[in-house]
Design a protein around this ligand. Structure first.
Ligand SMILES: Nc1ncnc2c1ncn2[C@@H]1O[C@H](COP(=O)(O)OP(=O)(O)O)[C@@H](O)[C@H]1O
Ligand SMILES: [Mg+2]
Length: 504
């Protein structure tokens, strides 16, 4: 929607009598006719004098048709102007009406009339606040401008006063309306904003993740290439984005290419681009991802899958900062920061001759290792609660919570698909769960049961006891009372068990 359309809609919605003070008023007296909304055709009009008119409304003197709505008509330069109006109040100075504008054109037409009136009166009082002025174009009292003739004056004026209009409107709402409005704004508008990728949170409280955050903060402001290692779904791409967003390059592109997802034959063109006619089908020249990332960051995902031939070409780029499009001999200088990621053991690939050692050393200047989710202790529960809240908000559904068994199951499951798997499981659970609480079954997780062991029964008991205690502590965020309740024992028992198993 065009800005003016937005403002127009807003203007008509918010345009209350009190707002008239934000709209320039002319004091010119005009003869006009007031018709009942249905009676205009039959000519049952009432003669009125229009005084004190603004875009928002006017004062009328004279008898008016019965009812609270009317059509006001007056002539201007041979044209008839008709406006729908609603009666606000009748007093000594006449009747105050507010205009119910029907279209943007109508607002603009009325403005052209008012502007003519206003232009003359540079000696007059401020048409907004009414304070005395001495030829100033901008009122020193209310700060509003009188440069009515300037191009775009009205739009500029509406823009400047929009906040004030809204505030006045809000001040008149009662507590109930205000609350429901706030809930709406929070849930719908801000919720939408929060959903945006930029606001994606990077959640982590365990030592492993705190270390990752610290490395990200350290390396982000530099231009050093970064190699991010970790299993699939552990947040490698999220880390790359976090580095980009904390770097000087944040306002420039963050370009992702997944080396495993693109067939080898197309990968070179994707990465380095091509000139027109470089191969059959190359009707126009195209920039590759490296050039697209100019000034910004290029994220090479699954770098272990980069074919050996392209490894040489990438190495050349890393060494001299230039790329050659396919079919071109002209090297182009490109300024890009490289972040690569992989879930395979690159050193092993090097040993097996599948990955160039010199490229490995180039990329490996700074390494960040993301721990698998199963090694993140209480973060499993922290993350699960975070995603549950986020997904409920995204779906616009009521808040749900995990049952204690579900939290235990989340804490003991091994999460081979890591965070991505967790998001998917919770998303599915939200669909299938009927109740307010989400059970292990909703998550397709089993409540944990101990496996038989060749050790003696005492050792087995202790092992189970220790694991159960740890899991309960992680689940409750090391809250002793809740842990005790969860395990069905007293608080002193929890303390004793912690002491026995050396948990602090
Ligand atoms: N610590 C975290 N906090 C919040 N969201 C996370 C976290 N780690 C991963 N995610 C989310 O999990 C999904 C998978 O992460 P991604 O970065 O694509 O993993 P990878 O690149 O390692 O496969 C993404 O939706 C990402 O936003
Ligand atoms: Mg990924």
């Amino acid at each position: 929607m065009h800005t003016f359309d937005c403002l127009y809609i807003f203007f008509t919605l918010v345009n209350l009598e009190v707002v008239a003070r934000l709209d320039a008023r002319t004091k010119k007296q005009r003869p006009g006719m007031a018709f009942p909304p249905s009676g205009q055709a039959e000519g049952k009009g009432y003669q009125v004098v229009i005084s004190d008119m603004s875009l928002g409304g006017a004062s009328l003197e004279g008898d008016l048709p019965p009812g609270d709505r009317l059509i006001l008509e007056f002539a201007h330069e041979g044209q008839r102007i008709r406006l729908w109006a609603e009666i606000l109040r009748t007093g000594q100075g006449g009747t105050a009406v507010r205009f119910l504008h029907q279209s943007k054109e109508e607002v603009l037409h009325l403005w052209s009339v008012l502007r003519e009136d206003l232009k003359g009166g540079v000696e007059d009082d401020c048409p907004y606040c009414g304070e005395a002025l001495h030829q100033e174009r901008e009122c020193p009292h209310c700060g509003l401008s009188r440069d009515f003739d300037r191009d775009g004056y009205l739009l500029e004026h509406l823009r400047r006063t929009v906040g004030q209009r809204l505030r006045w409107r809000l001040e008149r709402l009662n507590a109930d309306r205000l609350l429901s409005l706030l809930t709406f704004v929070d849930g719908q508008l801000l919720g939408d904003l929060g959903r945006g990728e930029q606001d994606e949170e990077f959640v982590g409280t365990c030592d492993g993740m705190l270390e990752v955050f610290s490395l990200i903060r350290k390396v982000a402001p530099t231009d050093i290439p970064v190699l991010i290692l970790g299993e699939s779904g552990t947040g490698k791409e999220l880390s790359a984005k976090a580095i980009h967003e904390r770097s000087q390059r944040q306002s420039k592109p963050f370009v992702v290419i997944n080396c495993a997802a693109i067939p080898e034959t197309l990968l070179e063109a994707e990465l380095f681009g091509y000139e027109r006619g470089a191969f059959t089908g190359a009707y126009t020249a195209r920039k590759g991802k490296v050039e697209q990332a100019h000034g910004g960051t290029l994220f090479l995902d699954e770098i272990g899958d980069l074919p050996i031939g392209l490894q040489a070409k990438l190495l050349r780029f890393l060494e001299d900062g230039t790329v050659e499009r396919i079919g071109s001999r002209r090297p182009r200088r490109v300024d890009v920061r490289i972040i690569a990621a992989t879930n395979c053991d690159l050193e092993d690939e090097v040993r097996k001759g599948r990955f160039r050692q010199d490229l490995f050393y180039r990329l490996n200047a700074f390494t960040i290792q993301l721990p698998p989710l199963r090694e993140r202790g209480k973060d499993k529960v922290v993350l699960a609660n975070y995603f549950l809240k986020r997904l409920c908000k995204e779906n616009g559904t009521r808040r749900k919570r995990f049952s204690d068994e579900a939290l235990l199951a989340i804490g003991s499951y091994r999460w081979p698909g890591n965070v991505r798997e967790m998001i998917n499981k919770i998303r599915k659970a939200l669909v299938v769960s009927k109740e307010e609480t989400i059970t292990p079954e909703d998550l397709s997780l089993e409540a944990p049961t101990p496996k038989p062991s060749p050790q003696g029964i005492k050792a087995l008991k202790e092992k189970v006891e220790r694991e159960g205690l740890l899991r309960a502590l992680e689940t409750t965020g090391y809250n002793i009372s809740r842990t005790a309740r969860l395990l069905g024992v007293s608080r002193p028992t929890v303390y004793n068990l912690m002491k026995r198993y050396g948990i602090s």
